[in-house]
Design a protein around this ligand. Sequence first.
Ligand code: Y43
Ligand code: MG
Length: 207
Amino acid sequence: MDEVIIATKNEGKAAEFKTMLAPLGVKVRTLLDFPEIEDIEETGHTFEENAVLKAEETAFALQKMVIADDSGLSIEYLGGKPGVYSARYAGEQKDDAKNIQKVLQELKGVPHEERSARFHCALAIAAPGQETITVEGTVEGIIAEKPEGMGGFGYDPIFIVKDKGKTMAQLTKEEKNKISHRANALNKLQLLLQHEDSVFRGNKEDR
Ligand SMILES: O=c1nc[nH]c2c1ncn2[C@H]1C[C@H](O)[C@@H](COP(=O)(O)OP(=O)(O)OP(=O)(O)O)O1
Ligand SMILES: [Mg+2]
């Protein structure tokens, strides 16, 4: 595997995948390098379903092996919202600042101990004629009262990482990429591909 295509147009995710995959010495490209691929509708009800949709449609369009990431924030007090709607929680235009404001408004006055949340990252790896594989990673946290920190992207400034007592946006890139939902999912995927290294050779009938 000398090249990996990540089926995302999210610059924050793209940067994290590039950093995390750098030690493997593989070239990483994303959909930002393939502007001709149109937006894929995320019609699934779970992160996993959406990751599979994005990976399979992109693998078919490019006729290459592709990894897709569907991720988001699940807040216990809100019954799991924004969940699969995280990117467009405050409107179609995907605005991180507005999404954060909406969440903080909905949690206004809610005490610390009822502000539990979890980031999810589902990864799907698909290739033409192969069975798609999925994994999921999570990280536990608490929703802050106000945004803190400049790092990361998305909801990072309001997500206090349980084991760190700091928001995800206050961690260094290296720290985030060690403990994040995305790092956990990617580690699982790497383990799976190591143990089943036949997966991306031959087609599924051969296995
Ligand atoms: O590490 C993270 N730190 C903070 N926020 C995060 C993170 N990971 C996902 N998120 C949020 C951003 C977005 O509101 C949603 C992902 O939505 P999601 O559909 O998976 O991605 P997207 O539409 O931005 O790009 P794409 O579908 O092209 O990969 O969850
Ligand atoms: Mg999306």
